[in-house]
Every structure is written in C-alpha cells, then in structure tokens.
Design a protein around this ligand. Sequence first.
Ligand code: TYD
Length: 254
Amino acid sequence: MTTPTLRTDVSSLSPEGAGLARGGPSPRPMPGLFISFEGIDGAGKSTHIAALAEAFRGQGRAVTLSREPGGTVLAEKLRVLILNDPMDALTEALLIFAARRDHLTTVISPALARGDVVLCDRFTDATFAYQGSGRGFDLDVLSQLEQWAQDAQGLGQGLVRELGAKSGPLPIVQPDLTVWFDLPAEEAAKRLAGARVPDKFESQPVEFFRRVARGYADRMASDPGRFARIDSSPPRDVVWASVSQVFAEKGWLP
Ligand code: TYD
C-alpha cells in the first residue's frame, strides 16, 4: 500500500488543523514550499541552492535554508557524530532519523506553516541512498523509521482528519520537490579529489558512490512526480539553466 504523503499541506491547513498556535484572524499565508536537494558527494548542489535562495528572496519569499543531517542545535551535534564516528548501520540510521525528527518539528514544519520556502540540502532520500544502497542497510527498516520520524500526525493533531486519511498508514511529510544532481561517481571523485579533508562518507571508494547513485535512481522510480533529475556533468552555468527551467515550469520562479 502506498503511504499518503503530506507535502505543503502543513502550511495550507488551518492553524488549528496544523496544531500551531497563532493569534487572531490573519490573512491566509502563502503556501510553504519544501524543496530538498540530493546527489552524491561532489555533485555540486551548494552553489545552486544558494542561487535559488536568492531567486526566491527576489520574488519576496521568505526562505529557510537548512541541511541534513543538521539544521538544529541538537541535529548539528548528531551530524558531527554521524559523519565522523564509526558505528553500526542501525545506530547510524537511528541517529539520522532522530536528527531529522528534531529538524522537522522545530524548523521545517514551523517554516512551512509561516509560508516560507524551505530549501534543504539533503533529506530522507539521502538515507535510502547512503545507508540503504551505499551501506546495504535494510530498506524496510528505513521505511519504518521514515514513517515514525516523518509522521505528520505528530506534527499536528488535526492533520490526519483534515487529510481524510482514516485508515492505512499515516500521512508522512515529504518534500514538494526533490532536485537530484546526478553525476557519474568517477566524475564526482575527480571533482572532490584534494578539495578538503574527507569525512566518513566522502572517503568511501567509487563503488560506494555508484551504489548511492543507484539508490537515488530507485527512490526517483518509486515517486517520479516528486523528483527532478538534473544532469550535473555540464559546466555550472548549463546546470543552473536546467535547475532554473524546473522552477520556472513549476511556476515558482520566473
Ligand atoms: P553534505 O550534505 O555533502 O555536506 P557537505 O557539503 O558539508 O559535505 O554531507 C553530508 C554527508 O552526510 C554526505 O556524505 C551524505 C551523508 N548523509 C548520509 O549518509 N545519510 C543521510 O541521511 C544524510 C542526510 C546525509
């Protein structure tokens, strides 16, 4: 059975429905947008995320820029452990989802409820790609953790009722759009070589990143409407043109 997903619905619900305290009658906020960015290390997400933030601000939108693992004081502490300390695969997955839950409850949901554009450098697809495909951790366990950590009900009591989900798996929060910067693993390794001291994941062999890339392809195949795959092989300005086109086609940017 397919799990219903909650995308910008957090912000489009009434404050009561979303379980968010707000004073007095106020104009309905613009719907929030939740956009995640994915790709193997070296695929070159960062400059495009920064440029998109500028473009949205230029349109008068409030932007929340964040990243995973991280994005909150607690989650950034977990990030240091996750990226540097050896640990068994389940421990790693639990810490990643713990960080994600804190990020969702304290940063992402409130931002969407305000009508912000949330640009998040990595989200759950990274866990399926890195921990699942890369490390070979059980995808069913990851799906269960995804259900728990991204459970929309826990983000607001009225949410399930408003979505009309009366039976089956609870709705979960997912990005409205996931931009996947796709680059062959060999090319990414060349770009990363000597760039900085690699962390636990960056120091993995090329074969690991081939598996990670396949993991992203699998996630896209399971939810194609949510993904935009960007070929990251060409020069940066060409990649930016592809990114801009995706946002223009959505009607989110000119
Ligand atoms: P990254 O997002 O590339 O940040 P930076 O640009 O500072 O290196 O690095 C985060 C690393 O964490 C990256 O190697 C992928 C890894 N990661 C996972 O293994 N699982 C996850 O769920 C997430 C969000 C990240």
